[in-house]
Design a protein around this ligand. Structure first.
Ligand code: B1M
Length: 233
């Protein structure tokens, strides 16, 4: 986007200008600049979550629009994603260091055929920050991976992420297999990803659809509390 990167000193920009510049830098896949921008905003007293949502997710939304419209292509988007991950790596320990009491546990993964992981990673980070123990299965998970992880870790929650309209139906494959094996009611199933909605979540038999990472945390807390209340009743 901007051609004169060398002339810009990020620390000299005010907050609004810096965030705009970070949108440009994310767009251009400039990881080091993104890391520097994140650090400057933190040093200025921004909450980690505000940096995440306003500077990083905001920038990625612009990338997403131009990807959709054929202005950006996969290599450029990969660079942007890499820059975003650089920023997220700085925020991760800060989001996790809230000293929150242990809330429960979650196994999460992106479904088979889908390699998008930024949103899932963000959900994992926020859940850890809220006191959940998270087992992250990564991307492209067939049903067997989920089932093995449920068996091994016995989490409270199974989380699934899908970013493609072609991969989101796979969530139903996982839930149907859980039903077939008599496991469905043992777990809270939460789903998320940009193309999903509440109606889809209900239709496939998930407990809830989570619009974003903050909603995932709130929903997880609510369902785990409900589960514990039922168990102690
Ligand atoms: Co892809 N891609 N991509 N992509 N990509 C989208 C999803 C797309 C919408 C772009 C577009 O056209 N506008 C489009 C999908 C269209 C559709 O299905 N209708 C698309 C496409 C088409 C593709 C390819 C097919 C392109 C191609 O090869 N021709 C290909 C598919 C590869 C595959 O998976 N098999 C592809 C590839 C890629 C990259 C590899 C280049 C890269 C991914 C890098 C990575 O993840 N490591 C990429 C990216 C970065 C995107 C966009 C631009 C950004 C996604 C993102 O990270 N968003 C995306 C456009 C968009 O979504 N606007 C796009 C930021 C992130 C924080 O948000 O992931 O929505 P999100 O997560 C949110 C919520 O959704 C929710 O919380 C998160 C945090 O708030 N959430 C959950 C997500 N998962 C959750 C799980 C939960 C709870 C909440 O569980 C409890």
């Amino acid at each position: 986007m901007s051609d004169d990167q060398d002339d810009i000193i990020l620390a000299e920009l005010d907050d609004e200008e810096l965030v705009q510049q970070m949108f440009d830098d994310l767009y251009d896949g400039l990881k080091e600049e993104i890391e520097e921008g994140v650090q400057i905003l933190l040093d200025r007293g921004w909450e980690p979550y505000k940096v995440l949502t306003e500077a990083l997710v905001g920038g990625m939304t612009i990338v997403g629009h131009d990807f959709r419209d054929g202005i950006l292509f996969v290599p450029e988007v990969l660079l942007a994603a890499n820059a975003m991950k650089g920023g997220m790596a700085i925020l991760k320990p800060l989001l996790a260091a809230t000293g929150a009491p242990r809330m429960g546990s979650m196994v999460i993964g992106t479904v088979k055929g889908d390699i998008h992981d930024i949103g899932k990673n963000l959900v994992s980070m926020m859940m850890e920050g809220a006191g959940f123990e998270v087992v992250d299965l990564g991307i492209n998970n067939p049903v067997e991976n989920y089932l093995e992880a449920l068996e091994e870790h016995k989490p409270d929650i199974l989380g699934m992420s899908a970013l493609l309209t072609t991969t989101m139906p796979y969530m139903k494959v996982v839930i149907d297999t859980m039903i077939e094996q008599g496991l469905r009611d043992d777990y809270i199933v939460l789903v998320g990803g940009a193309p999903l909605n509440e109606e889809f979540g209900k239709a496939i038999g998930a407990d809830a659809y989570c619009r974003d990472a903050a909603v995932a945390v709130e929903t997880a807390k609510e369902y785990v509390a409900r589960k514990h209340n039922q168990m102690s009743a």
